[in-house]
Design a protein around this ligand. Sequence first.
Ligand code: NAI
Length: 454
Amino acid sequence: MTRCVVLGGGPAGDVAALHAAQRGADVVLIEERELGGTCLNRGCIPTKSLLATADVYRKIEHAATYGIEVASPKINVPAMLARKNDIVMTMRRGVEGACERKKVRVIEGHGIIDGAEVAVGDERIGFDTLVVCVGTAPKGLPFVDMTHERILTSDDILDLEVIPETLTIIGGGVIGCEFASLYATLGSKVTVIEALPRLLAGIDGRVVGQFQALMEAQGVTFLTGTGVSAVSTKGNRTTTVLEDGTGVDGEFLLVAVGRAPLTRGIGLEEAGVEVDERGWIVVDSLLATANPAIYAAGDCIGGLQLAHLASAEGARAVDNALGIEVRAMDRTVVPSCIYTHPEIAAVGLSEETAKAQGLDVQLTQTRFRGNGKALAEGEPDGVATLVVEKGSGIILGATVMGVHAVEVIHEIAVAISDGLTGEELGEIIHAHPTVSELIMDTAQHSLKLAPYLS
Ligand code: NAI
């Protein structure tokens, strides 16, 4: 029986371990904190739980527009956090249960690679195959005291027991925008500072422009194209000084400037694994490292930091390591979802990335305002954009912003995966009224054949 050790129990490591067990390996999973990793314990799941509270709050605040009179709602922060913690615990127990059922031995502790073994405290676990899935942790800024109680990372803010009157966020990436959306809804005055000229690098620029305007209408201030030169604290205030000397005050400051890999001091270099200057593990297209017995998957190999991609990589690394259906990791179709209000979801190429690849493309855009289901839900803001290759009509990508965007994006993922054209997608009958129907409309509109739009 192949002895497979997995180091790190997040979305990459959990799936790698469970998948290796399904493939008949003898599996040990080593995790120093909680199973489920960042996503389940400090990322995707807790943030979505809090955002669900914000959604309910927003709906109640706007209840009159739905024909319901209610007194003004009030957030019970301890109850909101307890609900979030319950959801995290339920999910974590699910991972623990899956490991038990599949006879994955879970060891709690810090693993250090030593030859063909991993040392965890006094115990040494031998491996034929090791899959390293150690993930990342929030980065701080060198000139900011990240230990100060009013200066928070995305880990710390999940347990914040107050709704700040004012919140400053450094970083207008995915984490910065999700927390801006959350706290703006809960009543904070939020200011986001982003060094680049625009928010959400990597997402279609036109959609981001419209997103920013919608967030500004919700009261969020964005200061883009400026870095930060200093941060000071006094009493219950933080002051973030911009490059031009302007100070931005906030009761709390969230630093959301990216995440760094947890790859130092775990014996990787000694084992012959290449680690680049920023700490990312270097893997080939099969997810193999320079040591033939060691593979790596998930956020610690750099690139897109997404839980679902990490899980897919975990399973692929295991199969490649065990010599089962060996193939390169395919990242052509990876949906990317941002859980702001409105939601943004993208898959495949945007107009910008397609053009950068030298492709001749056609962009079609439709508005949620013309979709009956979105209007009925009280969510008229949003756009769907579809990118097809000129001539062949093959669908290359889409960016959708609006209600349920993170759900409807998957049909475009399937369409790209199956090589469908806009015409073929437009011919698939979609139920009415649904938000998904807007995808059919957009595909038809790309041919100027959408009955109500073209
Ligand atoms: P990020 O890399 O997405 O964004 C960080 C932003 O901070 C960048 O736009 C950068 O230009 C800006 N920045 C850096 N230093 C700065 C400074 N000194 N002053 C002002 N701006 C500065 O990283 P983020 O948001 O921390 O997220 C980390 C990772 O987690 C990302 O890869 C993200 O995709 C992933 N993630 C994904 C989620 C999702 O898919 N829903 C949710 C949360 C995180």
